[in-house]
Design a protein around this ligand. Sequence first.
Ligand code: ATP
Ligand code: MG
Length: 564
Amino acid sequence: MRASQYFIPTMKEAPAEAEVPSHIYLLRAGYIRKLAAGIYEYLPLGLRVLRKIENIIRKHMDEAGALEVLLPILTPSELWQETGRWEVYGKELFRVQDRKGRWFALGPTHEETITDLVRKNIRSYKDLPKNFYQIQTKFRDEARPRYGLIRGREFIMKDAYSFDVSEEMAVKSYEIMKETYHKIFSELGLDFLMVEADVGAIGGKYSHEFVVKAANGEAHIVYCENCGYAANVEAAKYEFELDKLPPEEPKPLEKVYTPGVSSVEEVAKFLGVDPKKIVKTLVYILDDGSAVAVLIRGDRELNETKLINYFKALDAHLASSEELEKLGIVEGFVGPIGLDIPVYADISVKDLHNFVVGANEKDYHYINVNIPRDFEPVEFVDFSTAREGDPCPVCKSPLKETTGLEVGHIFLLGTKYSEAMKAYFVDKDGREKPIIMGCYGIGVSRLMAAAVEQNHDENGIIWPENIAPFKLQILALNTKDKNVMDIAENVYKKAKSKGIEVLFDDRDISPGAKFKDADLIGIPYRIVVGRGAKNGKVEFQKRANSEKKEIEIEKVDEILDELV
Ligand code: ATP
Ligand code: MG
């Protein structure tokens, strides 16, 4: 491809709203453009990368025996009603009406659609197992679309759904996908981790996320360098037994005046006690409007996902000042003693002695609180967010923490959708049973951004070879010099004839501008035809390191052969 005939609208500066490297560089290097919040256009270079990612995914899905389909984007609301998700999905679901007033959703995911297809067309155990997948545009009206392709409102996903006759077979399908995902992300050239994920209301151990390590990632992960355990902080079990304070003799309960001090740090400082002995009381409002109090040790953070799962709620939020007032609770001084709402405690509070809590009275705290003498929680539950230094739940070594981008998620669904939608099959024994399902997503467009987050420097993108838009770039530095152009044209023709994907920068612009653009665009290999041309030499460069090698023109063939 000749750059002079191509379309690579590079920019010196990215718009201010672009905050992370992938967003900045994909815009600046002319890969994408924004149409509206969370909605992007893929320009020719961007589309090339996207297609490469898709093809790697497709190859491995096909090899794993999954069958590609293409399901409609417009999905009738009746299907969503059947599973209850027309309500549950809330504002994230884009809803449209046809001319007759019938409602549809723009598919954010396709469990309902694929289950409908299967229930209408699969009857017998003989037709199973099946795994259907598609690569398609998805729509989600995200509350906070941001970071360019990382969190879009319109984005591209690979979604797959497996259908099996038994739990055992479903686990097999799940394991095949797990292996397939390892192959996919390895071939994409990314540094990734497979982590145990939050399983939500379903339970069980069959949910894993694939996370590309990146400084700006929204996923928080703990992992163990010793045994290889890795989990999302929401899924990681907190090993409180190893994090306990030494036992103490209970002292008499006392109410103390603590004027204007309410945060853990303030109270700890004011009373001169270890923050681990200050117990926070957090009031949450669940989706049904009920209020619960949750206690957690002052040095730990509560994890809302764990909370939501425990209460089987769809949603929960910290009570606002108004909500606290309505409940008659004193903000800043909440405590479990004499509270009118159910009190639960994180396991960090178990076996804690002589601790401090709010006294439910402005400017007062209780000290020397002890369970069960002074109050008793309904239950001790693991609500803690795992963090660096916590003991590994498997081998007890200290965990490390990192951030990353979730690029894939696999999940054993069980019969949630097949029962709700009556997707049954007739088994060998002649009995009707619900099909066991699994679902497997990959964020295709997010992957393009993740690759850049992980592979860039201060000058631009450094694509992993397998997903680079072109493998080789030829830079003709002085297009007015006939010798330079003849040599460059010749190298270009040769590269093309060898089947190398090559971008020939034949534009009549300054050498400086050409190098800047080349660094920004990030094509892995480069042949520069410049001053050396009159002595029969060109330069071979790699984008990843600034290493340069002068080579004789006669040797270009060898280099090109190596690239093939
Ligand atoms: P997240 O927690 O990031 O919102 P999710 O749990 O909603 O993700 P899934 O429903 O499992 O995501 O979707 C499968 C994959 O699609 C995710 O692993 C992610 O890579 C990608 N994805 C999800 N939401 C978006 C989005 N708004 N923009 C781009 N990619 C997305
Ligand atoms: Mg989401």
